[in-house]
Design a protein around this ligand. Sequence first.
Ligand code: GLN
Length: 282
Amino acid sequence: MIDLQERIIREVLREGSQKLKDSETPWLDATVLLASLLKCSREKLLASYPERLEEELFHSFMDLIEKRRSGHPVAYLTGSKEFFGRSFFVEQGILCPRPDTEVLIEAALDQIERRGYRRIHDLCAGSGCIALTLALENSELRVSASDISSTSESVFEKNRNNLCAGNVKFRLASLLKGLEGPLDLIVSNPPYLTTVETEDRMDQNWREPALALDGGEDGLDLIREIIRDAPLLLNKKGMLMMEADPRQMDEMERLMGAAGFDKIKRVQDLASHERVIQGEIP
Ligand code: GLN
């Protein structure tokens, strides 16, 4: 413990990151938390190393470090998460956007451009990171989104306002029930962990909601329903594109084939794992 009246930022960060040694990224976590507390960028924080930190801020920082240590995601503590170059508001009850999902954005933008898709729907929209990113990347799209969670509805609306994506409609709905077609492209990052994997995470004090993670016994419960119902809403030549676990891709390809999709293709994430699968209505 440092007992200077005013604390040097570098030492504060070192102390914070030492307490987070069970995190995969202790230094990153500590710097992101302190930058958020000081309302400055990480770059500015790191550049201002020799500056001193007031006592009160030091205690607020250590409170954040304690919360992080007990399992709160950094994004819940700072209230935001970067995704595809934009900052999304997040809070407890919402899946934090993940870099893996940026692969789905790139694949979707690619298909939108190649095939001239215009009417896009995001299922299990959560924070809105997929729907709002697509709408902001291409202003010609008509994007809508849905989720079963009312936390998603309020977080989505906050992000839509913060990011000025006013034309994206949100609807509270269970998967495709009550949605209106015809659509050119359905995108989704549905819950796809198995129930055992979800329970393991809950046992480790995971703070994200099981509702956003648990896809049933083999993780495919919601995915099966989406594959079954999507063809009813999609235009001819329309497409379904989903994120899932690499181990689920073979079975998903089989299910999509049986539901009438063709041109089924898998897309790899940054770690070269098959993370996204897409298929077209003939
Ligand atoms: N990829 C996420 C994880 O492993 C799971 C996201 C999801 O179920 N949609 O934490």
